[in-house]
Design a protein around this ligand. Structure first.
Ligand code: PMP
Length: 282
């Protein structure tokens, strides 16, 4: 495996991380996961824009354009001959003696490498079961930060319950997102999902769903919904770079509608590759 470290391509076994890298000590860094379909990075510019947003919010001094990151990632895909899969990439603030405040003059450290990602065809065909979890994460979920312990603990809880995802809620009137996905409900042929604020990650797939909904003339609204809205929805589905569109058929043992993936979820999934030459999302 060839790995990108800063601007250099190196072998996987040469890729080492310093003990005092702040990503390692504080989770002081940001990341992205990008899908590769047919050898092409999907919605790459949108991922890079969000990466720049996360970097700016935590004041890591790295300019995605200036560094030519887009071209470097294309080279990474070619060098590893990634056809269908993904790229993981993270940028930390860099290496400094352990101390909480941002150190001056550290060089950010970037790593990017291929991920084996297969399409979740079985989950998409059958739908997944989910559990609920009170959202105990911090209030800057809009930053795609390396601090994923709340998400990891919650995904483990889902896994222990043999569920495919855990859905977070702040209180009973306020569902936010999944542990690694955004959540949509369908009610009376209209889509609803949480507004892009500090309580969720503004998923690239979430925004791609808006693009598909526009193409398919499906109305949608970014609006907070409740646990009751969720359980009484006509359809529920989750979205992410890895999950694409995956229907949810059960929440805490309770079936959504008839317990089968719904028609609008299917329609969006069928359209997923049809409208994919979007270039950049609006
Ligand atoms: N929310 C959270 C908490 C996530 O971790 C992810 C996936 N990284 C998403 C939503 C979906 O984002 P995207 O569609 O950009 O993969």
């Amino acid at each position: 495996m060839i790995v990108l470290k800063n601007n250099d391509f190196i072998e996987r076994n040469e890729a080492t991380i310093d003990m005092e890298d702040r990503g390692h000590q504080f989770g002081d860094g940001v990341y992205e996961v990008v899908r590769v379909y047919d050898g092409e990075a999907f919605l790459l510019q949108d991922h890079l824009d969000r990466l720049q947003y996360s970097l700016n919010e935590v004041e890591i001094n790295y300019d995605v354009n200036q560094q030519g990151l887009s071209q470097l990632l294309q080279q990474l895909i070619e060098k590893n001959k990634i056809n269908d899969g993904g790229i993981y990439l993270q940028i930390t603030r860099g290496v400094a003696p352990r101390n909480h405040p941002y150190p001056e003059d550290t060089q950010p450290v970037l790593f990017a490498y291929p991920l084996q990602l297969s399409r979740p065809l079985k989950a998409q065909a059958q739908g997944i079961t989910t559990i609920l979890q009170k959202d105990f994460r911090w209030l800057r979920c809009d930053i795609k930060s390396l601090n994923l312990l709340g998400n990891v603990m919650t995904k483990q809880k889902a896994s222990n319950a043999n569920a495919g995802e855990a859905i977070f809620y702040r209180d009973e009137n306020h569902v936010t997102e999944g542990s690694s996905t955004n959540v949509f409900i369908v009610k009376d042929d209209k889509l609803y999902t949480h507004p892009a604020d500090n309580l969720i990650l503004n998923g690239i797939t979430r925004r791609y769903i808006f693009h598909l909904a526009n193409q398919l003339n499906i109305p949608y609204e970014e609006k907070v919904f409740s646990l009751t809205d969720l359980k009484e929805a006509d359809e529920v589905f989750i979205t992410s770079t890895s999950a694409e569109v995956t229907p949810v058929v059960e929440i805490e043992g309770q079936k959504i509608a008839n317990g089968q993936p719904g028609p609008i979820s299917k329609k969006l999934l069928d359209a997923f590759f049809e409208y994919k030459n979007v270039g950049q999302l609006t």
